[in-house]
Design a protein around this ligand. Structure first.
Ligand SMILES: C[S@@+](CC[C@H](N)C(=O)[O-])C[C@H]1O[C@@H](n2cnc3c(N)ncnc32)[C@H](O)[C@@H]1O
Length: 410
């Protein structure tokens, strides 16, 4: 802990920052502003812990986080959250819950108490528990339910395998091969990409697709980038495909794009992803995607839609190393015409990444991907034969990078 007077100054600055945020909330922000305020408050809270904690306190701060994530994962796996009644004023005892799960009472109580101690479940009298707003989101198949599983199964599993992985593979090269990832090492599935692993069963495919919809708020589909020009240009070119969402997942982004762009005809939009993903999306018959053409493809192979006005790629480049990004971009760049634009949507990191950015980068390392700075994106896109026309950041850390084919490179 710093000297008392330094700590006092720091606490005063936190207090001032908190009152500024409180004033802002009273005045009322737009949705993005509120997300930014929340992020700011979360940063203040975690920085405060860091600032106050002595070295010997650090483990005491980390250990509960690890235990908490593990307890959440176990309760999801056991179907325990959905056995807790959700109606207002209701609760269950650990004994009743254990009986429902055909499990040992002490086991359920010990894991359950981790959830109570961390605020995921609430105590409702001796040995009784009740839902919180958060635990209710873990009781049904929500994007947060899915992300909690992916965070544990892909994230923590890979993190815990890292010491052994690097012992065997050395530390003279950062992981850069999508077939030889830390995740595949942890899963005993070397030779499989992260996507092959995540799509290896219908349940896992469902979970990863749903999880991708959970962090939308942190990376808006367009933010303040206005895609209206596509509708205006498209009027002159009736046959041209207007928007191709490459590596679209369940269509969460394309739906936002359609909503944010009045006049954009879904019949002139395409959702592309691996065939097994597209099959799920087609099966969902989502009313917001009616008319959108669904195309199963592999973005390392030929881009099936040629000369579209916009190719849109969100959160795809950060899944891969530089060389693999170039291989992945090549077919799409080859399909672009002079008036085509590629919109790359990512969360470029600063040279001093935040806690979240640096953690995401380690998650990406587990699948041989990486987070990049804006300069690194520029360089990468340049090597792929593109020029960056503009980069439009939003207030929560995402950026839409608009690129065109660099004719000098053709
Ligand atoms: C991180 S997710 C991003 C999904 C969506 N763009 C978003 O931002 O929510 C990456 C997507 O790329 C897809 N993908 C992975 N490998 C692919 C490949 N070789 N060809 C096409 N799509 C692929 C995955 O199935 C997944 O939907």
């Amino acid at each position: 802990m710093p000297p008392i007077s330094v700590l006092a100054d720091y606490l005063l600055s936190v207090a001032r920052s908190l009152s500024g945020a409180a004033e802002g909330l009273r005045i009322g922000f737009n949705k993005e502003g509120t997300v930014a305020t929340r992020q700011h408050l979360l940063r203040l809270a975690t920085d405060l812990i860091d600032y106050v904690a002595r070295p010997e306190d650090k483990l005491m701060v980390w250990l509960p986080v690890l235990a908490h994530l593990t307890a959440i994962r176990l309760f999801i796996k056991w179907g325990a959250f959905e056995k807790i009644p959700t109606a207002e004023g209701t609760s269950t005892s650990f004994r009743e819950l254990a009986a429902e799960l055909k499990a040992d009472r002490a086991l359920i109580a010990r894991v359950g108490r981790v959830l109570v101690a961390n605020g995921t479940l609430a105590r409702a009298g001796d040995d009784r528990i009740t839902h919180t707003v958060f635990s209710k989101t873990l009781a049904t198949e929500t994007p947060i339910w899915a992300m909690a599983q992916v965070g544990f199964d892909n994230g923590l599993t890979s993190f815990s395998a890292m010491p052994k992985y690097f012992e065997q593979h050395g530390i003279d090269n950062e992981p850069n091969d999508r077939f030889q990832t830390i995740l595949s090492f942890a899963e005993g599935a070397m030779g499989s990409t992260a996507w092959a692993i995540n799509h290896s069963s219908p349940e896992r495919l469902k979970v990863i697709m749903l999880a991708m919809a959970s962090i939308d708020e942190y990376l808006p589909a367009l933010g303040s980038y206005d895609l209206g020009w596509v509708v205006r240009e498209g009027g002159r070119l009736p046959e041209q495909t207007l928007v191709v969402d490459v590596g679209a997942g369940g269509g969460q982004t394309l739906k936002k794009i359609l909503k944010a762009t009045p006049g954009l005809d879904p019949m002139r939009c395409v959702l592309e992803d691996l065939p097994e993903v597209v099959a799920v999306v087609e099966g969902q018959k989502d009313a917001e995607l009616v008319g959108v053409k669904m195309v199963g493809m592999d973005f390392f192979k030929e881009q099936p839609i040629k000369g579209a006005l916009v190719y849109y790629m969100r959160r795809c480049l950060h899944d891969y190393s530089d060389d693999e990004c170039l291989a992945m971009l090549k077919p799409t760049v080859a399909a672009m015409s002079n008036d085509s634009r590629l919109l790359v949507v990512e969360m470029p990191v600063g040279t001093q990444p935040t806690r979240l950015q640096a953690s995401m980068d380690l998650m990406m390392m587990a699948i041989s991907g990486k987070e990049r700075t804006m300069d690194e994106y520029r360089e990468l896109l340049g090597k792929a034969g593109l020029v960056v026309i503009e980069a439009v950041p939003n207030t929560v850390g995402g950026t839409v990078i608009e690129c065109a084919v660099d004719n000098r490179a053709r």
